[in-house]
Each structure stands twice: as C-alpha cells, then as structure tokens.
Design a binder for this molecule. Structure first.
Ligand SMILES: Nc1ncnc2c1ncn2[C@@H]1O[C@H](COP(=O)(O)OP(=O)(O)OP(=O)(O)O)[C@@H](O)[C@H]1O
Ligand SMILES: [Mg+2]
Length: 245
C-alpha cells in the first residue's frame, strides 16, 4: 500500500437508475503518470470528481497516502484538496477574471499568503507554462492551447502532490497537443507529482503516461505499461485501440 499514492477500492456510483461506476479498482503509484483511456461516458470524469470529494460514491473507498478520504468531514477534505491540482475538462477559467487573477484565485481565497507572495507564485507558474507576460490578458483573448496552459498554472498554484488532467488535449490541434503533453511530462519531472490523465485520445495518452488503464462501463478492463496495453488480448481493449487509430 505504501507504494501507492491513490487507491480506488471497489467504487460504485449511480445517478438515479444509471449505474456509472461499477466496481472501479485502480491504484496509482507515487510519482507516476497514469492515463485512463476510455470511451465518452464510461465514467472517467466521475472518477476524478470522486477523488476530489466533489462526488460521493455509493459504495467503496478511496485512499490517499494510505488514508481513507471517503467519509471525511468537509473540513478535512479542504486540506486534502490542497494536495490535488485539477485541470478541468474545457479549462474552466473564469471569463471575467484576468489570467493572473485566475491563477491566483484559490491562493487568494484559501491561504494567508501576502499579495506579493501570491504575485510571485503567479509569475513563476506562468513562466513554467511559458505564458509570461499574459498576466493582464482576459481568457477571451487566449487560444485553446493558451487556456490549457493557464489552467495548468492555476492547478499548480498550491504546489500539489497530485495533478489530475481531464482531457488536456481534446480539441487542440496536434502541434499544440504535443506542447501540452510535453508540459505534463515536465511537471512530473520537475515537481515529482503523481498524475492521472484522463482522455479518449489514445496517442496523446500513450505519449504522456508511464502506465495506462483502459476503462469501460465504470470498471478497469486492463492496466499495464503502454506496451502491455498495446499487446492486450482483451477483446474490448483491442477493438478500442484499433478503433481509435
Ligand atoms: N452529476 C451527474 N448527474 C447525473 N449523471 C451524471 C452526472 N455526472 C456524470 N453523469 C453521467 O455519468 C456518465 C459518465 O460521465 P463522465 O462524465 O464520467 O464520462 P466521461 O468518461 O468523462 O466521458 P467524456 O469522455 O465524454 O468526458 C455519463 O453518462 C453522464 O451522463
Ligand atoms: Mg469526461
């Protein structure tokens, strides 16, 4: 268990009579980047939201650093969430705030740092994602790739131990997608974070991850190295890989 940063243990989640997660078991090693691949609607985003404590499972447990987080009080969850940075599907920047204000948002709300300290973190993070000089721009002035970079700078605000990326390259052209994937790698390398990347884009997923898991109908069908997934004998996994090409 010590080798694992995050463990999803037998998670079930339904919305009304729609069963979404149906026995999700998944363990993420400390410091690795794991990609979850799966079709639209298979439960990828719901899994991340359960890890963040934004949704509550009907059954099952989630462990972070060996500590069960399911069932924690909201007050304790606030502390747990500080360990986790999330890049939401579609970036989810606040349109009425500048780039700098977006990156500073959580810091300004939930920490006792001074304005100067916050400004320094914002500058450093924007530099890290190669977006220096954009602090006063509005999100509407940015391309999709630039928005993703700002969203990453914001997700890193608390220097999280864990980064969750929900469809980080979906909707981007291949060249921009490659630069975002390189940034995900750089974040892992330079900060030693544990990352989960969720995507239905196979090549992107394979290019950023140390290991991959294939999800279908709220369960993991196969998990392993990229080579193992590519060589899987599971019929669904084979069809998914062939179909995504
Ligand atoms: N808050 C909610 N209320 C009701 N149903 C929900 C809710 N959140 C998700 N669902 C349903 O759960 C299923 C899985 O959703 P989820 O967002 O996890 O899919 P996904 O794998 O991330 O798909 P995509 O690749 O399209 O983002 C979908 O059928 C969705 O409609
Ligand atoms: Mg999703």
């Amino acid at each position: 268990m010590e080798n694992y940063k995050i463990i999803f243990q037998d998670i079930y989640k339904s919305f009304g009579d729609k069963a979404v997660l149906q026995g999700l078991n998944l363990s993420i090693r400390r410091g690795e980047t794991l990609v979850i691949l799966g079709r639209s609607g298979c439960g990828k985003s719901v899994s991340l939201k359960i890890l963040l404590g934004l949704l509550y499972p009907d059954r099952g447990k989630v462990y972070l650093d060996g500590e069960e987080i399911t069932g924690m009080s909201e007050k304790k969850l606030v502390e747990v969430r500080k360990k986790i940075g999330m890049l939401f599907q579609g970036s989810a920047l606040f349109d009425s705030l500048t780039v700098g204000e977006n990156v500073a948002f959580a810091l300004a709300e939930h920490s006792n740092r001074t304005a100067d300290e916050i400004a320094e973190i914002v500058d450093n993070n924007l530099k890290f994602v190669e977006m220096e000089g954009t602090v006063n721009l509005m999100p509407s002035e940015l391309s999709g790739g630039m928005k993703k970079r700002v969203a990453l700078a914001r997700a890193m605000a608390y220097q999280p131990e864990i980064l969750l990326y929900d469809e980080p390259t979906t909707g981007l052209d291949p060249i921009t997608a490659t630069t975002i994937n390189a940034l995900i790698r750089k974040t892992q390398r330079e900060y030693g974070v544990t990352s989960i990347v969720v995507t239905h884009e196979l090549d992107s997923g394979f290019s950023v991850a140390d290991r991959a898991a294939v999800m279908e109908s709220g369960r993991i069908l196969e998990i392993g190295t990229i080579a193992e997934i590519k060589g899987s004998t599971n019929e669904f996994v084979r069809t998914f890989i062939a179909g995504a090409k």
